[in-house]
Design a protein around this ligand. Structure first.
Ligand SMILES: [Zn+2]
Length: 167
């Protein structure tokens, strides 16, 4: 999944308002960040594990612990751990991923059907923004900005699915 990850973080703010948005965004794409780290520092040998079940469970535990230390709110910390899990959960819809290193590969692989992936991510984006828009602490001017943000996310998703670069 691409933009949908960010939409999930944005929507999750509805229940995790005390936490910084940046932390929610970080948690929702943490497995992909691990991929980047794995690429930059191959010696860590985490590349093949980032999107496996053991890999994402480990990452969720680490992020939950970090969240508990940083923000001292256990339920919110568990929420960010769930955001990490959500990443790989929804990636199973859009990709095919090994259950564990060298394990069987599973997933719907909607990326292969760009309009289907776009539809799923568009629904996720709209739902995430709608949840965010209902945060009771949101000021009125911010709501207009949300529409712009939603359109930007849909546009970036469209480029990803139908875009100008051949993948
Ligand atoms: Zn991913």
């Amino acid at each position: 999944m691409y933009m949908g990850h960010y939409a999930i973080a944005v929507g999750a703010r509805r229940w995790m308002r005390p936490l910084p948005m940046a932390w929610l965004l970080f948690a929702s794409i943490e497995p992909d960040l691990y991929d980047v780290v794995g690429h930059v520092v191959p010696a860590l040998s985490i590349g093949p594990d980032t999107h496996t079940i053991p890999g994402v469970l480990g990452a969720a535990v680490i992020v939950t612990a970090l969240g508990a230390i940083l923000f001292r709110r256990l339920m919110l910390a568990i929420g960010t751990g769930l955001l990490v899990l959500s990443h790989v959960g929804v990636d199973y819809l859009t990709s095919r991923l090994p259950l564990w290193r060298h394990g069987p590969v599973l997933g719907l692989h909607l990326y292969a059907t760009p309009w289907a992936d776009f539809l799923l991510e568009a629904v996720t984006i709209v739902a995430g923004i709608a949840l965010y828009a209902n945060c009771p602490d949101l000021r009125r001017p911010a709501r207009g900005g949300l529409i712009a943000m939603g359109l930007l996310m849909l546009g970036m998703q469209a480029i990803w699915n139908f875009g100008f670069v051949s993948r």
